[in-house]
Structures are given as C-alpha cells and as structure tokens.
Design a protein around this ligand. Structure first.
Ligand SMILES: Nc1nc2c(ncn2[C@@H]2O[C@H](COP(=O)(O)OP(=O)(O)OP(=O)(O)O)[C@@H](O)[C@H]2O)c(=O)[nH]1
Ligand SMILES: [Mg+2]
Length: 383
C-alpha cells in the first residue's frame, strides 16, 4: 500500500483531497454518464489502484437504484447467451443494462470471457448497455467484494439493471451470487445427476431457477426435479407439481419438451395452512431456450416480480443492510491485511524469525505475535 493511500484511509474525507482533480474528474464523469470515465473508474476499482476506496466512498450515497441480477451455473449452461437475451428484453422495456462477467476459476482476464464479449457485441453499440469481464488477477480483496464494488460503480453511473454472470457453483460463486438482489441459477439437462449434484448452498440462495437448453431431452424432468426439491424444502413435495395449467405430476415428465415457462408462481402469500407469513417468495422454475430467446420474457417478468416483492416485503432493505455490514467487515479485514503486509517490516520480521521457528527455538505463534505487536506499536511502518 502506498503512503498516499494509507493517508487517505487514515484521513477519511480529508484524504480524498490528496487525489485532487483526478478523483473529482472521475466522479464528475460518472455523474454525466461519460463512458470513458466509467471504464476508468472500474479499472481503478478492479485493480485496487490509488484512490479506489475514496471513489467508492464518494459514490456510496448514490447507490441502491440498480437492481442486481446474479446469473450463476455450471460452465457452458448458456449463461452468456441468456444474459444477452436479458439485455435485449430489458432494452425493449426501456431499462439500461450492464453485465459483469466473472469467472472465478480463471486467473486470467479476458481469456474465456472474450468470446462472451464478442457474442454480446450486438448489444455493445448501444450506449445504454455496458458489458465488462472482470479481471480476477487484480482483485485486491476477495473476488466477491471486488465484483460488488464494480457493480457499485455501475449503479452510481445509473444502470438500472446489472446482470452478474458467474461461472460455477462453488464457494466463491456463491458469495458472488449472494451479493445480487435476485439470484438466478441456470441448469441444463445434460449436466448429469441433475439437482443431486448441486451443493446445498446454491439451492438456498437462488431466487429463481432456469432450466436452459430446454430443446434438449430431459429438461422437463430436470424442471420437475427442481420443483420437487423446492417443495421438499418447504415441507410440501407436491406444491409445485400441482396440476395447474393441466400439468399433473404423473404426466409432467413425459410431456413433449417445450419451453412452456409455466407462469411463475406470483408472490402469493404461501401458507394456506395456518400462519400468515405475508409475501413469501416461492422460487419459480423456468424452461428456456436461450439460443432462440424462448422463455426469456417470462424470466424477466419473474425478476421484476421478485424486485417488487423484495421492496414490498422489506427484504430488500434487510438484504442490503446485511451486505453493507459484511462489506464493512471485509474492508476492515482487507485494510488490516494491507497494513501488515504492504510495504512494512512484517515480511522482514517473518524472514528473520523463520529459521528460529524451523529450528524449534520459537513457535509460529510467537513470531506472529512479534509481527502483530509491531503493527500495534506502529513500528511496522517506519516508526
Ligand atoms: N441447444 C441449446 N444450446 C444453447 C442454448 N443456450 C445456449 N446454448 C449454447 O450453449 C453453448 C454455451 O453457451 P454460453 O452462453 O457460452 O454458456 P455459458 O454458461 O455462458 O458458458 P461459460 O461462461 O463458459 O460457463 C453455446 O454454444 C450456446 O450457443 C439453448 O437453449 N439450447
Ligand atoms: Mg459465459
């Protein structure tokens, strides 16, 4: 960490002055929707360059207008294809849209995601659409935190809908999905063991389920499996498989595969039996053929219903509060890590004491204490 950035961190608002015009210009550019300023601001944040926390701090009051939609799922499921269709659908509805594509499994930027960019190019000439692949190598904090911060910049800029595409269903993808307002899990019939293969957490996090590639065999069965799983979670295995719209649990699996995208259950107050839990959200399950755009309007309808549900139920405020608390904690952790390891004596102390640890003269705990004590006494940096 540079001295300037440290000063800024320590000085808070006063520190902002040390970036002078540069930060002011970036902020002004974001305010006037200058796309070059947006791109620069994102790069600044993504790479944790000097001034990025001051920038994020300055835009904080402008956040919360965008609705963030996480699109998560196994590789090759059609997430990018779907994202492109979502862009088109939202543009038709008059919304501005940004897409952030993240691949936590790839240490490189651009590579695997470049194809996505090109594929999404049809939308990229539209000034109300912005597409960005995240460079994971630069991320200073956790990838989830950095992704969230990039989305904050897009939110402040005024994008009304932000789609966050993440490859995979592991821990880091979960964290990224959890930072969205609405999380969509994209599954495909050929992904093997169906829902059994899914980690528990991802089922809990998803607000809607999309069975894409519904033109392939097995989509209807997968949709049914997910619905049963969701029903079990609510203690009623057949709630979703009820024969509304002529679908019965006996025939559902054998009907011709078609993107029926059965009308999503609206936010109907759930429990018919007892307790009046007002406005419970039942995650709907959709069939889509993203490559043909089939079923996409229904997905957008559901996302918008979910957005309305979140706002009306107070859940949006609750989730954002939780996320702000988590972010603050993460920034504290990140700052402390930097305070210890960036440019101070900690590395030298470690190197000097390691031989003693190896010989068994002191323990790793004692050496760690020495390093921490240096930070606490203010002698880690100069002092
Ligand atoms: N048959 C069929 N193919 C599809 C459908 N949707 C997408 N595809 C194809 O599936 C392949 C993968 O699509 P992508 O959109 O790149 O999938 P992705 O999930 O973004 O892939 P990664 O980002 O690499 O994980 C492409 O060849 C798409 O054309 C669909 O509904 N049906
Ligand atoms: Mg993709």
């Amino acid at each position: 960490m540079t001295a300037n950035r440290r000063a800024a961190l320590a000085g808070g608002r006063a520190g902002r002055r040390s970036y002078g015009m540069a930060l002011g210009e970036l902020l002004a550019g974001i305010g006037t929707r200058n796309v070059a300023a947006l791109a620069r601001a994102i790069t600044l944040v993504e790479n944790g360059r000097e001034g990025y926390e001051a920038l994020l701090s300055a835009i904080h009051a402008d956040l919360g207008r965008a609705h963030r939609i996480g699109v998560t799922g196994p590789p090759g499921g059609g997430k990018s294809t779907l994202a492109e269709r979502l862009i088109q659908a939202y543009r038709r509805r008059g919304f501005t849209v940004a897409v952030v594509a993240v691949d936590p499994t790839s240490p490189f930027s651009g590579g695997a995601l470049l194809g996505d960019r090109i594929r999404m190019e049809s939308a990229s000439l539209d000034p109300n659409v912005f597409i960005r692949s995240m460079a994971t190598r630069g991320a200073t904090g956790g990838l989830a935190t950095t992704t969230r911060e990039v989305c904050d910049v897009l939110d402040a800029y005024g994008f009304q809908r932000i789609i966050i595409e993440t490859v995979g269903v592991g821990q880091s993808e979960l964290a990224i999905a959890a930072s969205a307002d609405s999380a969509a899990l994209v599954l495909v019939p050929e992904s093997g063991d169906g829902v059994q293969a899914l980690k528990a957490g991802i089922m809990e996090i998803a607000d809607l389920f999309i069975v894409n590639k519904a033109d392939r065999p097995g989509a209807d069965r997968l949709k049914q499996e997910v619905e049963i799983m969701l029903g079990i979670r609510r203690g009623n295995a057949f709630r979703h498989v009820a024969p509304h719209h002529g679908r019965s649990k006996v025939t559902a699996g054998t009907r011709p595969e078609r993107p029926t995208a059965s009308p999503a259950p609206p936010l109907r107050p759930l429990p018919p039996e007892g307790e009046g839990a007002v406005g419970t959200w039942e995650p709907p399950v959709f069939l889509t053929v993203a490559s043909k755009g089939e079923g996409v309007e229904e997905v957008v309808d559901a996302v918008e219903r979910h957005a309305a549900f979140l706002a009306a139920s107070g859940e949006l405020a609750r989730r954002r509060r939780v996320r702000l608390e988590r972010l603050t904690r993460e920034v504290v952790d990140r700052t402390l890590r930097q305070l210890v390891w960036d440019g101070g004596r900690a590395d030298a102390t470690l190197a000097a004491g390691l031989e003693d640890v190896v010989r068994g003269d002191i323990s790793p705990y004692e050496l760690a204490q020495e390093i921490v004590a240096g930070v606490a006494k203010g002698t880690n940096h100069g002092g």
